[in-house]
Ligand binder design. Structure first.
Ligand SMILES: Nc1ncnc2c1ncn2[C@@H]1O[C@H](COP(=O)(O)OP(=O)(O)OP(=O)(O)O)[C@@H](O)[C@H]1O
Ligand SMILES: [Mg+2]
Length: 337
């Protein structure tokens, strides 16, 4: 059990203000994902939560107690990094048991704990191996195992899967989701650049930009009701299209946002359709992307399966009714959030 509360948290390095008035209430057992552009402060925020960085002002509370001055080892938090930091000369078993030996537990209880965690993480066949004889995904699991045996209440992950190849990422992502279900009371905070990881793992996503929280919500809230143009453009792939000028004015807004999957592409004229010429198409098998040059800039549309539209063709684009996003001159969402 551990809830984490950040109140007006600020962090500066010298004169450089990195985290700006961050307020966040993380409930016990929640899976929270931080996303945002490179350099926006995601790692700094994680390091501040676990105590590797001292915060400049504001408060950090764990289970209601202010922990600003509490050293990292006393916060009950485990951090799993992108580089696994395993001891190279120790076996998997020793890597996992090391922390327990330091706690002075007897041999039999250590063995029982290590074996239980190894089974949970499917590491049983590798317990006698050295880290160099493991794949990236297996090493990552050893690092997670080490955190589990220490009995951490909070797990922090900083892009744990970014060193893995595509297939292993998918597999390890599912294992992390399973692990979370097996530890419903453990709070997890996870940083990623990967849209699919964010959408599939998170109970709630926190979108950061330049050290500020832009929006906090469930994956579908952010996808369906982004609060501003930044979040709208950040969540979703390919990116949302933004149109200004006549089509936006007709919709009563300054900027009209339309996701590629919510555009009808027609080879014949559509009333209120945006005309354009196809610059190129990408056919991926399961779906196709059609890139259309219009008076309002390049617009991307997604079609299911193999598109019948080809390069150089004149087309009309029309948003599927009910799926547009309207923003005002400050980039704020106009419709009820
Ligand atoms: N020790 C430091 N001294 C000064 N500036 C730092 C220090 N550590 C990080 N920064 C700066 O703080 C900002 C936030 O860095 P941080 O590592 O938190 O970004 P990030 O969101 O994790 O980025 P990425 O997605 O690339 O990992 C960056 O502009 C970085 O240059
Ligand atoms: Mg980082």
């Amino acid at each position: 059990m551990a809830n984490i509360k950040l109140s007006n948290l600020n962090k500066s390095y010298g004169a450089v203000h990195i985290l700006k008035d961050v307020n966040l209430d993380i409930k016990s057992g929640e899976f929270i994902v931080f996303v945002g552009p490179s350099g926006c402060g995601k790692s700094t925020l994680l390091r501040s939560i676990c105590g590797l960085e001292a915060i400049s002002s504001g408060t950090l509370e764990i289970d209601g107690a202010v922990v600003n001055e509490v050293p990292p080892s006393k916060r009950g938090i485990a951090m799993v990094f992108q580089s696994y930091a395993l001891y190279p000369h120790m076996s998997v078993y020793e890597n996992i048991s090391f922390a327990l030996e330091n706690q002075g537990l007897d041999r039999a209880s250590i063995k029982q704990k290590v074996e239980k965690v190894a089974e949970m993480l499917q590491l049983t066949p590798y317990l006698t191996r050295l880290p160099k004889a493991l794949s990236g995904g297996q090493r990552q699991r050893v690092a997670i195992g080490r955190a589990i045996v220490r009995g951490a209440k909070v797990f922090l992950f900083d892009e744990p899967l970014s060193n893995l190849d595509a297939a292993l990422r998918v597999q390890t992502r599912m294992e992390i989701a399973k692990l979370k279900r097996a530890m419903p009371d453990t709070t997890m905070v996870y940083v990623t650049h990967d849209q699919v990881e964010a959408m599939t793992l998170a109970d709630r996503i926190v979108v950061l930009q330049a050290g500020r929280v832009e929006q906090v919500g469930t994956p579908m809230e952010l996808y369906e009701k982004p609060g501003n143009v930044f979040v709208a453009g950040f969540i979703g792939s390919p990116k949302m299209n933004f149109v200004t000028g006549d089509p936006a004015e007709r919709a009563g807004c300054k900027t009209l946002g339309i996701r590629p999957e919510h555009l009808e592409v027609s080879a014949s004229s559509l009333a209120d359709g945006i005309p354009g010429v196809v610059e190129y198409t990408e056919i991926l098998g399961s779906d196709s992307f059609v890139y259309v040059a219009t008076d309002y800039g390049m617009i991307t549309a997604r079609e299911n399966g193999r598109t019948a539209i080809s390069k150089g063709q004149k087309v009309w684009l029309k948003p599927v009714s009910g799926y547009v996003h309207r923003f005002d001159g400050n980039g704020k969402r106009l419709d009820t959030p």
